[in-house]
Design a protein around this ligand. Structure first.
Ligand code: SF4
Ligand code: SF4
Length: 175
């Protein structure tokens, strides 16, 4: 089943959206209060280096209730979910959790998902991998495949249909 099939069958999920809104409210009330804007999260953020995501600003915006502004911004989709911001924060605030909640609300509200996310989801649904196996090049620009390096084949789901069903169910339960 393609991600396009899955999303076109889906409908805006108000109950789930309410649950996520509550989670965001909890993060706003209980977590963002502890942030003292030291920006240690941002200085280690991989996406900040590449895409100007500034996790400390996400926390500040949440604290000020500027949620719609973040939902309508592309910046929420630039997080790579590396969890560095959670590890680095001296106050145990996790900007990544805020970004997860925002992304979930965006999806539950029927906002469009960036194409690269859809492609990644499609690859997971089809192969169990976030992207196809890559071929690398050596210094002479010769393509090298895994088997040439004596690397084993990557494991893939044995039963793709079952895998897709379980994944879809889990995605809905955990959203
Ligand atoms: S590291 Fe923690 S306390 Fe510092 S700005 Fe980031 S979220 Fe706030
Ligand atoms: S989880 Fe996202 S926001 Fe946090 S450091 Fe990694 S890329 Fe940045």
């Amino acid at each position: 089943m393609s991600i396009i099939d899955l999303t076109s069958m889906g409908e805006p999920q108000k109950d789930i959206k309410n649950q996520i809104n509550n989670r965001l409210k909890k993060l706003q009330d209980e977590v963002s209060e502890f942030c003292y804007q030291c920006a240690k999260c941002t200085s280690g953020c991989e996406a900040h280096k590449l895409l100007e995501l500034e996790p400390h600003k996400i926390v500040a915006l949440l604290k000020r209730g500027l949620i719609d502004e973040m939902l309508n911004s592309d910046v929420i989709w630039t997080c790579m979910s590396c969890f560095k911001c959670r590890e680095r924060c001296p106050q145990k605030v996790a900007p990544v959790e805020i970004l997860f909640a925002l992304k979930n609300i965006a999806v539950a509200s029927g906002k469009p998902i960036p194409g690269k996310y859809s492609a990644m989801l499609q690859s997971i649904l089809s192969n169990g991998l976030i992207q196809d196996v890559q071929t690398i090049s050596d210094r002479n620009n010769q393509a090298i495949k895994r088997d040439k390096l004596n690397l084993p084949d990557l494991s893939k789901p044995v039963d793709t249909n079952k895998f897709q069903l379980v994944l879809s169910k889990l995605a809905i339960e955990k959203i």
